[in-house]
Write a protein that binds this ligand. Structure first.
Ligand code: NI
Length: 222
């Protein structure tokens, strides 16, 4: 006879943490799972866990209400309530690192799309509600454009202004909801004027996508 399933209730699921409350009837199990993140367990009750590990070993662990413990990502096990009373704990997964990695990948795809002059690929990196502050313009923020269609048109204008353009030596960093890409921009504008300057984008993320691209370029003087 198969064991009853532990019940998982997700309390928080954002870019920094996933917090799940696990409730186990006596004999209930989670089923086999691999932890994709470092995590902390906070027992909500006393109890005894039965742990079947991927290597074929098994052990029991005493839970004490309110006494937390932490584990590394990669743990591969099946967890059972080995006691005779219901038990529960909170599992707090540190998902921020995974989120930062996904966002960094978006910045890499975004720069590749600029070099490929691929508008669809560029816009696939942008959030539904998005904005672009161009490097040059009449406003303090350069030239501010908002909305998916407006941003797409502004990106098309960059390609139009620079029939030849390359963004090279890209480095990408993510800190919380902020991203930073540094690059060297080389190109030739429609008038045949050569540009070769360092610059950067400061990004704001919404989920894994770019909500704001704020562009800065060096202004060369003779
Ligand atoms: Ni587990």
């Amino acid at each position: 006879m198969s064991k009853p399933q532990a019940e998982g209730i997700v309390h928080i699921d954002d870019v920094r943490f996933k917090v799940t409350e696990w409730r186990f009837a006596p004999g209930a199990e989670t089923g086999w799972h691999v932890h994709g993140h470092d995590y902390v367990v906070v027992p909500l009750t006393d109890g005894t866990l039965g742990l079947d590990n991927a290597g074929g070993t098994a052990q029991t662990a005493a839970l004490t209400q309110g006494v937390p413990y932490s584990r590394r990502e990669g743990v591969n096990h099946n967890v059972t309530n080995a006691g005779t009373a219901p038990l529960a704990f909170l599992e707090i997964e540190a998902v921020a690192e995974a989120s930062a990695l996904r966002r960094r990948e978006v910045l890499e795809r975004f720069m590749a799309a600029w070099n490929a002059r691929d508008l669809d690929a560029l816009m696939a990196c942008m959030a539904t509600e998005c904005a672009f502050n161009a490097a040059a313009g009449p406003e303090a923020e350069g030239h501010h454009v908002s909305g998916h269609d407006g941003v797409r048109a502004a990106y098309a204008t960059v390609f139009d202004t620079f029939p030849e353009a390359a963004w090279t030596a890209g480095t990408h960093h993510v800190f919380g909801d902020t991203g930073l890409s540094e690059w060297r921009f080389t190109g030739t504008d429609k008038a045949g004027q050569r540009v070769d300057v360092h610059g950067c984008d400061i990004f704001r993320f919404e989920g894994d996508l770019i909500a704001l691209k704020d562009t800065y370029r060096k202004a060369r003087s003779a």
